[in-house]
Design a protein. Structure first.
Lengths: 373, 55
């Protein structure tokens, strides 16, 4: 059985939660109040991740796709469990679309989508053959560089004197309504409630459940702060109007960096940050999908599933969206409501209730049996 | 119309028919569950056969 360390769990959690948010922005619909959306989403995220961790404590030795058959029984639980690998696969397809739109818009203009998707997936598929230990080790290697690049960008942006705190004012101009609308379901689900997927690897961490809880929650706070810093910089740097309309707001911000006419055009930094985080998020989505398929089809080796799932991902990467506007519209207006609410909120909460009731009944029966004796 | 429900992951279909994707996933997960149920029985039979052979 493959094993990952506590630190590797931390790194993978941060990469997974930050994902492509760092370039696309967070809570843009709330305009200059997006930083409030980030804070509330982080708090809601901590709450919901605690619930997931509690579920993993209540279902020891089982992964996410095994929780449902274990609690709901095989006739109801198995179809519910199958929804998750399908969701991971679809989300992998969406990440591929994020990559294809950013690369074809900014760095590889006029390059066919298929070429980008194919080469990216070749590397990701190879990583699936290597397993989660190698994915985690590569994450461990890239993580310091990732942080240095973010820190470097922050320092250069601050030195460039392009941030205007006035852009944050007035706070709550439109009241709480747009903030709450941006927080749920999109803000709290994007990255944070999505961490339910990490329940596929919590079992593989070579430490106690208590340490997994601490590491995951610490990583969540860390990711939340990274996103918050990014959001604050983008709003103060490019203003509310451009934050709302820019396709890649972080990219727009770093493009403004100019230190004495010598250090400018930091576009490469933003692209690298995006490629690294998208690469890990996609690798994890596909790993979770493959592992979910393996557990549910009871195939002995997950290697048999890598090629078929990679082929499906290539197809999804090509077909999920036909243009950038539709891609974003689905991400904001459709996907969180028709899939995330059900799969990341309703079903886990229903599972929690059923698990607690079953435990209470079991304990009561035990007590009654003891009383009879 | 039928084509819309066959490829519900495509963005224009998700926008025009938001329920197509959840319905598709529900149906797909039911059919995939049949694989789980049948393979589960096969594995149980295999392990029973193995136990009998060993005994």
């Amino acid at each position: 059985m493959e094993r990952i360390s506590q630190y590797q769990l931390f790194v993978l959690t941060v990469f997974f939660q930050v994902g492509t948010t760092i370039i696309f922005g967070f809570g843009a619909a709330a305009g200059r109040d997006a930083w409030i959306v980030t804070i509330i989403s982080l708090l809601v995220g901590i709450f919901v991740i605690s619930i997931y961790l509690f579920l993993s404590y209540l279902n020891p030795g089982l992964t996410l796709v095994e929780w449902f058959p274990a609690q709901f029984g095989k006739w109801i639980g198995t179809p519910i469990a199958w929804l998750y690998p399908l969701l991971f696969l679809y989300e992998g397809g969406r990440i591929l679309n994020d990559i294809k739109y950013l690369t074809t818009t900014i760095i590889l203009v006029d390059t066919p989508f298929l070429a980008i998707i194919l080469f990216f997936l070749l590397v990701v598929a190879y990583l699936q053959y290597c397993g989660i230990e190698v994915i985690a080790r590569i994450g461990e290697i890239f993580f310091p560089y990732f942080l240095v690049m973010i820190l470097g960008s922050v320092v250069l942006i601050l030195v460039s004197d392009i941030l205007r705190v006035d852009n944050l004012l007035p706070v709550l101009k439109n009241g709480w309504k747009p903030i709450l609308a941006s927080t749920f379901p999109l803000g709290a689900s994007q990255g944070f409630a999505q961490s339910l997927e990490l329940a596929m690897i919590w079992l593989l961490v070579s430490t106690s459940h208590k340490e997994i809880v601490k590491t995951t929650l610490f990583a969540t706070v860390f990711s939340g702060l990274l996103i918050l810093i990014t959001v604050l910089m983008i709003i103060t740097g490019i203003g509310e109007f451009f934050y709302k309309i820019e396709s890649f707001p972080m990219f727009a911000l770093v493009s403004k960096v100019n230190i004495g006419g010598i250090i400018k055009n930091l576009d490469a930094f933003a692209v690298l940050l995006f490629i690294i985080s998208a690469f890990f998020k996609l690798s994890l989505h596909l790993f979770f999908a493959i592992r979910g398929f393996q557990i549910l089809t009871k195939v002995e080796s997950s290697r048999k599933l890598i090629i078929p799932i990679t082929i499906i991902s290539i197809y999804l990467g090509y077909s999920v969206s036909s243009n950038y506007e539709e891609h974003i519209k689905v991400a904001i207006e459709v996907f969180p409501y028709n899939l995330w609410i059900m799969l990341l909120w309703i079903l886990p909460f229903a599972l929690l209730i059923v698990t607690l009731i079953k435990r209470a009944i079991k304990n009561r029966k035990k007590e009654m049996a003891q009383a009879k004796e | 119309m039928i084509k819309d429900w066959l490829f519900p992951w495509e963005s224009h279909i998700m926008i025009n028919h938001p329920l197509a994707m959840p319905v598709f996933m529900g149906i797909a997960s039911f059919f995939l569950s049949i694989v789980t149920w049948t393979r589960g029985n096969n594995n149980q039979n295999k392990s029973k056969q193995k136990d009998m052979d060993e005994n």
